[in-house]
Ligand binder design. Structure first.
Ligand code: SF4
Length: 74
């Protein structure tokens, strides 16, 4: 797998409820800050970005192709 990500994510702060499922399921891709708000890590792989997005119980994470902008998940 390529080390450089092809995907990027948008985290909707109004939808996120701070469960930290994303960071628990994909800790190499997401981390929680001091305010229980998740952030995507810059060195995250595509697989880990998707894995964390799929773990979100409220659908707060949208994954897009960083080149085309096309939505990949959900
Ligand atoms: S899993 Fe979803 S709701 Fe939970 S912290 Fe991550 S983005 Fe927020």
């Amino acid at each position: 797998m390529s080390a450089s990500p092809r995907l990027s994510v948008r985290i909707d702060r109004k939808v996120c409820v701070g469960t930290s499922n994303c960071a628990e399921e994909a800790p190499r891709a997401y981390e929680m800050d001091d305010h229980a708000s998740p952030h995507a890590r810059l060195d995250a792989t595509d697989d880990d970005l998707l894995k964390g997005a799929e773990a979100c119980p409220v659908g707060a994470i949208t994954v897009v192709d960083a080149t085309t902008g096309k939505q990949v998940y959900p």
